[in-house]
Design a protein around this ligand. Sequence first.
Ligand code: NAD
Length: 271
Amino acid sequence: MTQPASLPLQHQIALVTGASSGIGYGVAEALAAAGATVVINYNREAEPAEKLAQAIRDKGGEALAVQADVSQEADVQRMFKAVIEKYGTLHILVSNSGIQQDAAFLDMTVEQWHKVIGVNLTGQFLCMREAAREFVRRGPQPDISRATGKIICMSSVHEVIPWAGHVNYAASKGGLMLLMKSVAQELAPKGIRVNSIGPGAIATPINLEARDTPQEEKDLLKLIPYGRIGEPADIGKVAVWLASDESDYVTGHTLFADGGMLLYPGFVGNG
Ligand code: NAD
């Protein structure tokens, strides 16, 4: 069955973690608009997650909000069980939840270190593993998608750009790069595609403090050759493509959506 171009994710079940705000929210909206049934994970913010689920249903789609702390194995397993009980299986995981707890390296506490690694890296491991287990259990469904399952990790330009004052975050995203690639290598023979999205600066609550004065916004724009801060919808479109059969031969890659941040604009004019 070839899916209509406007609904490339029809008949597919997608789980988006951390979808009560920011990029995850935008990704959940985009996947729903592409025809997927969307499970909206949240940790603490039930209200926006439930409202988003309702908004998707109001537009004729299907959605469910499920609470889970992605850094906790029991929570993640309970969430996947709820998804499979309700919808029978899962086709797409967008493992998006992430946090920052910034501190100068000399002042960073081990709690700040563990907290960020727990959500941004262990959380990715736990969600990817449960998704892969379900894809393998269910097996191929070629009428629905060429791949047996698709995993998309939300990484960052900081999987390659070092970030002083944020070493826990940069370490989590650098670690995620080889987690994603190693899982992609291991699961490709099972028909499972694993990729990451590496956003640059996207306007969401996570970076509000870094762009809430005109001067801060101007400084941030100096890092973005394309001249604008990104929006969650920019990432939603990339997620739809990576989840669809349009990208069927793509696995083990990070697709950077960053307005050119990785072009190192500081070197224009010879640095
Ligand atoms: P955000 O703060 O709006 O979203 C983070 C989401 O993760 C929230 O919905 C939050 O509830 C959820 N979350 C936090 N801890 C959780 C936990 N323990 N269990 C489940 N969910 C949890 O910020 P965002 O910018 O939308 O971030 C989303 C992802 O994008 C993160 O992985 C972040 O590192 C990445 N990212 C963001 C940017 C950017 O500029 N905004 C750039 C690069 C990467």
